[in-house]
Structure formats: structure tokens, C-alpha cells
Design a protein around this ligand. Structure first.
Ligand SMILES: [Fe+2]
Ligand SMILES: [Fe+2]
Length: 203
């Protein structure tokens, strides 16, 4: 979710002295509970967080790094419910005040480059951007299927992606841009989301 949007007007976030400083999962969920009333938004954040964690683990990253990826996904839209016109400045300032690892903060800052004016650099940055919109589209598709995620196929998702009237708020332009930046195929990205997202509520 990025509109209304704010150009953040900076490229650096957090402080390198805070490397590896993280919130616990409980602290992150407490923050979500305090800031967000919209349950659908919470589901979205948990889904993106889950995808991020699973992708980091698949890439062979350490459990600390996978936790950082998880937090970036879990918190990326934390300010959307109460302060949409300050999205994502508010959560960035909160995490900077809490002296959290700058990589997490920067990944959040660049989950919509054409809105926030921050360029994704790291793989974590790029994957958060790549999962964000696609996750929403796949979730919308699961809700219209009697079987939910079970038996969902990549080609079914691709069809929904082509049909611009389906989940019309999902930016196809951003998905295409994100896939290119992450040097992935859209098929591989969809396959990963389909395989993992149905289990997001379990973690
Ligand atoms: Fe957003
Ligand atoms: Fe999002």
C-alpha cells in the first residue's frame, strides 16, 4: 500500500552502529497490535513477513538474517492504518528511535521506489518490494477459490495478473519492475508465493 505517498527525500536510514539490533517477534506483534486495527492489513503484513523469512532461509541465510527479513516484511506497512499520508515515514522513525538494524529500516523505506524515492539495493530490499504487491494478488485469488491455496497453479495466478480488473488496486507495474530488479522470473516468484503463503498464519 503506497498511496497517498510521501517522498522520503533521503537514501540512508538508521545507524550502522545498530547492526544486528532487532525486535523480538513478540515486540513486533505488540507494535502491530498497538498501531493497526485493520485485520486484513495485519494478515497482509504477516504474509509478507512469512514470505521474506522463508525466502531468506531458502537462500541459506542465518537465522538472525532470516529474522531481519521477517521483521522487514512484518512491519513494512505498520503505519498505513493510522497515518496513510505519512506512510512509511512513521514506522521508519519509530524503528530509528528504537535503534534497530539499519538494513531492516532501509528495506522498509524502499518497498515502493516510485513512491518513496528510495532505490532498493540489497536482496532484502528487492525481495520485500517483489513480494509486497504479488502477495496481495495471490491472497485475493485464494479468497475466491473454494479450495483456498490448495491446488493453486502458477498459470491461474498469471491469468489474474493479466486481468487488470481482478484485485485492481494491485500495481502490475510495480510487480514487473520488482521482478526485473530482483532478476527473477514472474513465474518463479509466483510459484514461491503460492507454495509458502498458505502457511503464513501458522507462524
Ligand atoms: Fe506500503
Ligand atoms: Fe504492503
Amino acid at each position: 500500500m503506497q498511496t497517498p505517498s510521501l517522498n522520503l527525500n533521503r537514501q540512508e536510514f538508521g545507524n550502522s552502529k545498530n547492526k544486528d539490533r532487532v525486535l523480538s517477534l513478540t515486540e513486533a506483534h505488540d507494535l502491530l497490535d498497538a498501531w493497526i486495527q485493520n485485520d486484513r492489513l495485519k494478515v497482509h503484513m504477516k504474509q509478507v513477513g512469512h514470505l521474506m523469512k522463508e525466502y531468506a532461509l531458502q537462500e541459506g541465510l542465518s537465522s538472525l538474517d532470516a529474522h531481519k527479513w521477517h521483521l522487514a516484511g512484518l512491519l513494512h506497512d505498520a503505519d498505513w492504518d493510522q497515518w496513510p499520508e505519512q506512510h512509511c515515514q512513521k514506522i521508519i522513525e519509530e524503528l530509528e528511535a528504537r535503534a534497530i538494524d539499519p538494513e531492516i529500516i532501509r528495506a522498509i523505506a524502499c518497498h515502493g521506489p516510485r513512491y518513496f524515492g528510495v532505490e532498493p539495493r540489497t536482496q532484502m530490499d528487492k525481495m520485500l518490494y517483489a513480494f509486497d504487491e504479488l502477495s496481495g494478488l495471490v491472497h485475493a485469488y485464494s479468497l475466491m477459490r473454494p479450495e483456498g491455496y490448495a491446488g493453486m497453479e502458477v498459470k491461474g495466478v498469471k491469468k489474474r495478473l493479466k486481468d487488470k480488473t481482478f484485485a485492481a488496486q494491485v500495481s502490475r507495474e510495480d510487480i514487473e519492475d520488482a521482478v526485473q530488479r530482483a532478476e527473477l522470473t514472474v513465474e518463479d516468484l509466483i510459484a514461491f508465493v503460492v507454495a509458502k503463503q498458505g502457511f503464513a498464519e501458522l507462524t
